[in-house]
Design a protein around this ligand. Structure first.
Ligand SMILES: Nc1ncnc2c1ncn2[C@@H]1O[C@H](COP(=O)(O)OP(=O)(O)OP(=O)(O)O)[C@@H](O)[C@H]1O
Ligand SMILES: [Mg+2]
Length: 558
């Protein structure tokens, strides 16, 4: 028998692997690279899902004219032993139909949000199953899910593993569970290897605090491994505006997507395909685009050849069209951001702005920013709170468009102090930036940093400039008042000595001379004294209510 060629030998070594197997090896891509980060990622995936689900549920119930609840989320971290922890996240969302629970929690790339052009926290269908997988491979323990979909039905308890080779669920337990106290909702329990940090920029506490700032309508209760309870209260009782799903806009569409859409459309002419399946293409636009692409508007989509699609995409991308619709976006809102930041930092001054929507690669996006100054904000370098689709970003700060834009700002130009060598203001300032979009361009699957598209950087800078202008005025005024106050304080300090000396010289009553000196001071510096009083009044107007951080004994919510 002839000897096998090298290629034939190599052919035997080829095999396909499942996505679960790929991410088991490359878990760092999903944010599971260190024990501290892995714990945070796990909480983040579950909390993001809970908020998405609660909001969708509330919006749907509102549409059906039924009572709805605002998000109420419990996060608990229990120390099991050594470096093994159990993370519990419970919400009052819609629950999950029992037949899909195994797929939701044990199949990577399974979800309801991929590819839909709607603002949401999740977009890939990987998050929660990756967290389940991390728990399973580090502790060998299954995930436990309890879900209730109706007030009148008992909850369902499912315990499962991921069959990593087949990217599917291995269900160990699937039974009714009567102890779930909410009307509807989901509780996820994942046991994992981790390291818990009680405070710091990248702690679970900080992540939840920032989640609460960016989601003023949500109540979040956190129970740490020592049983300490922190309640992040709602800053508003109103539900954010519901976001609408949009169709792809011609400016952002890519060849692969267009070809697939043409293959799958049920429309029987290219004219109706363009006007009905893409956004903002009028009948006249479609006619002109097809004419330029040399395609008859009456052509059936299934007759379009590959080279015709290439020409069509060129014409679509440069067509003179209206911008994409923006009712798909749900910013936090200027007022709500201010309320949230005041509740947490009690700043001396705060300014926020929401920019009008803009477009990158055909995707609508919107930037909001706020600058908070003084109060409980620590001295030193300013701190950036980066947020994308209402999710705080804690890692990969240097690679993020928000950090880049904030560092490129000419803060001094606005009168905001900045030490030489420092990129951010050197003052007690919180720089809050939120970018929301139907598709946030993250730099990787771990969704930790926003890619720096020039148009996104520009919008962030415009928002920050608007805020910086106003904060600058406040700081300049404050510095001037302080300087004037120092000057007047010197006069006041010596006015007593001056009055005594003058009384002696003129042989008059000291009281009388003091009265004249005070009158002179009032005449000359009265406006400064008044300004000082006004500033004190302004400061008194700022809220003093703190985020409630109460120590309570852990209450067993089951
Ligand atoms: N707490 C929950 N309540 C209701 N549905 C949920 C909940 N958690 C997850 N789901 C459903 O499970 C799906 C899969 O969640 P998963 O986190 O894996 O992906 P995703 O949120 O769609 O995207 P991403 O990978 O970006 O997080 C979601 O799309 C959602 O439909
Ligand atoms: Mg998710």
């Amino acid at each position: 028998m002839a000897e096998k060629s090298v290629a034939e030998d190599l052919a035997n070594k080829h095999k396909s692997i499942s996505i679960a197997e790929f991410f088991e090896k490359n878990r760092h891509l999903l944010g599971f690279d260190s024990k501290i980060k892995a714990m945070l990622t796990c909480v983040k995936e579950a909390v993001d899902n809970s908020l998405d689900a609660c909001e969708e549920n509330a919006a749907e119930l509102k549409k059906r004219k039924k009572d709805f609840e605002l998000p109420d989320i419990l996060v608990r971290v229990d120390l099991i032993q050594g470096e093994v922890y159990k993370i519990i996240v419970e919400d009052n969302g819609p629950g999950i139909a029992s037949e899909i629970i195994p797929k939701v929690f044990a199949k990577l790339l399974y979800g309801s949000k991929f590819g839909r052009l709607k603002q949401g926290r999740g977009q890939q269908g990987i998050g929660i199953s990756a967290a389940v997988m991390y728990g399973q491979i580090t502790t060998g323990k299954p995930a436990r899910i309890i879900s209730k979909i109706s007030k009148d039905k008992p909850a369902q308890l499912v315990e499962l593993f991921i069959d990593i080779k087949n990217n599917d669920a291995k269900v160990l337990k699937n039974e009714e569970y009567v102890k779930f106290s909410k009307n509807t909702g989901t509780r996820v329990e994942i046991t994992l290897e981790g390291l818990y940090r009680g405070s710091g920029d990248k702690s679970i506490f900080e992540y939840l605090r920032r989640t609460s700032i960016s989601n003023p309508h949500a109540k979040i209760t956190f129970i740490d491994p020592e049983g300490k309870v922190t309640i992040f209260k709602r800053a508003t009782e109103s539900l954010p505006a519901e976001t609408k799903e949009i169709k792809p806009h011609p400016w952002g569409i890519e060849l692969g997507v267009l070809t697939r859409m043409i293959e799958n459309t049920k429309k029987n002419s290219m004219q109706s395909f363009l006007t009905e399946e893409l956004s903002k293409v009028s009948a006249l636009n479609a006619k002109q685009i097809l004419e330029k692409a040399k395609i008859d508007p009456k052509r059936r989509p299934d007759t379009i050849k590959a080279d015709e699609a290439v020409e069509l995409i060129k014409q679509l991308q440069k067509a003179d069209l209206q911008r994409p619709p923006t009712d798909c976006l749900s910013p936090v809102g200027r007022g709500a951001i201010e309320k949230s930041l005041k509740l947490v930092y009690h700043p001396e001054y705060i300014v926020a702005t929401t920019r009008p929507p803009n477009v990158y690669r055909g995707y609508p996006f919107q930037v909001e920013a706020a600058l908070a100054y003084g109060g409980d904000i620590p001295e030193g370098s300013a701190q950036i709170l980066r947020v994308a689709n209402k999710v705080p970003l804690l890692y990969e700060s240097g690679a993020c468009a928000i950090t880049i834009a904030s560092s490129e700002m000419d803060w001094k130009r606005y009168g905001i102090p900045k030490a030489s060598g420092s990129q951010l203001p050197t003052a007690p300032i919180i720089i809050f930036v939120h970018i929301c979009s139907v598709w946030v361009p993250f730099t990787s699957e771990s969704k930790a940093a926003v890619a720096n598209y020039p148009i996104i950087i520009k919008e962030i800078k415009l928002a920050l400039q608007e805020c910086a202008r106003q904060l600058g005025v406040f700081i300049k005024r404050k510095i001037k008042i302080k300087r004037d106050a120092q000057r007047i304080n010197t006069f006041i300090k010596y006015s007593e000595v001056l009055s005594t000396a003058l009384a002696e010289l003129t042989r008059k009553e000291e009281k009388e001379v003091k009265k004249i000196v005070d009158e002179v001071l009032e005449k000359r510096y009265g406006d400064i004294i008044k300004k000082r009083q006004e500033l004190a009044k302004e400061e008194a107007k700022l809220p003093t209510k703190k985020v409630e951080a109460e120590k309570e004994k852990e209450s067993d919510e089951e």
